[in-house]
Design a protein around this ligand. Structure first.
Ligand code: SF4
Length: 326
């Protein structure tokens, strides 16, 4: 294996370890992660690897682990003009991946399939995250025709009671039926696209169902992801969420600042999920190209403070346990 092959192997192994929580707790996993972080910190890509575009922040659920119920900013839908401007900005930066979701349910956006098509015309790999409660047959056919590359479905429960206690406002049987019909239509449509990922966030009330969830869905979809709840930088108590966090983990610069950008539906740009109300706003795409914001002074200041181990000077980052939640 040449040097490039070795690097590729180490990177893949590092990412695998990061994603496998248990492996990450091992000394090898932690060493790999720290190596990955320090390599990442030395180099800022010309473009963010991932751009999240919030076409709406309206949702039809009130999930117990989500910041949506405590979000204060006005709810709304992104204008066509702004959406197309963001796509142009991303294309100029040669961004490869976009996710058309942040805090809302994208299937509430009546234009979502057109928006996916527009993003595909620019050549982006398009991902979307949905609660699938509105994924009726018409929407399913629309999504399949839109060319979306990956559909992530959040479900978080294997029994109706657990699911409905957590995903407040949604019905288990309806969501499960919608997902199964979508998979059936996909099989009849053209087979492998979009890639379907079932997501389960581990909480106090559902940990006992994670294995059943995994076993049930793994043969049906392309990937099953089991993750830990985040506490939204202290806004929701970890104990209630059932997440564990390891005080033995060293605080490291936050990968979000190097790896992704979030554009809120009103055009403001923020840096991570914890900043759900735009608490950290680094720019506004209505006033500046996204490329300027990505390399601009507000973003650079955050990165510098993290590199210098002074993340605590940023109020939101100071309260954030994201680095230690596993
Ligand atoms: S440390 Fe937490 S609040 Fe700060 S950028 Fe990272 S995820 Fe966001």
């Amino acid at each position: 294996m040449g040097l490039a092959g070795t690097n590729r192997f180490l990177r893949t192994l590092g990412i695998y370890l990061i994603k496998r929580n248990r492996a990450f707790r091992s000394p090898l996993g932690q060493a790999m992660y720290l190596g990955y972080v320090s390599r990442r910190m030395r180099k800022l890509d010309k473009r963010p690897p991932f751009v999240h575009i919030e076409t709406t922040n309206v949702c039809n659920a009130r999930c117990t682990m989500c910041s949506y119920p405590i979000m204060q900013r006005p709810k709304g839908y992104m204008s066509d003009q702004l959406y197309l401007k963001i796509l142009r900005d991303c294309a100029e930066m040669r961004v490869a991946d976009v996710n058309l979701q942040y805090l809302g349910e994208p299937l509430l956006d009546q234009k979502i399939c057109d928006r996916i098509r527009e993003a595909k015309e620019y050549g982006f790999r398009v991902q979307m995250v949905s609660n699938a409660s509105l994924l009726d047959e018409a929407k399913a056919r629309g999504l399949l025709a839109s060319g979306v590359d990956e559909l992530r479905i959040s479900m978080d429960g294997f029994t109706p009671k657990t699911f409905e206690d957590i995903r407040v406002g949604l019905k288990f049987e309806k969501v499960k039926g919608n997902v199964e019909r979508f998979l059936d239509l996909r099989a009849r449509h053209r087979g492998a696209r979009p890639r379907v990922v079932m997501c389960f966030v581990g909480l106090a009330g559902n940990q006992s169902e994670s294995k059943q969830f995994y076993d049930f869905w793994r043969g049906k979809v392309d990937l099953v992801l089991i993750s830990q709840a985040r506490d939204w930088a202290g806004q929701l108590p970890l104990v209630q969420l059932g997440a564990t966090y390891s005080t033995s983990l060293p605080r490291v610069p936050c990968n979000h600042l190097w790896e992704e950008v979030i554009v809120l539906h009103d055009g403001r740009v923020t840096v991570c999920c914890e900043s759900y109300d735009g608490q950290i706003t680094v720019g506004d795409v209505r006033e500046q190209p996204l490329a300027e914001i990505w390399r601009g002074p507000a973003y650079e200041r955050l990165r510098r403070l993290h590199r210098e181990n002074r993340a605590g000077e940023i109020p939101l980052c100071g309260a954030c346990k994201y680095y230690a939640i596993w």
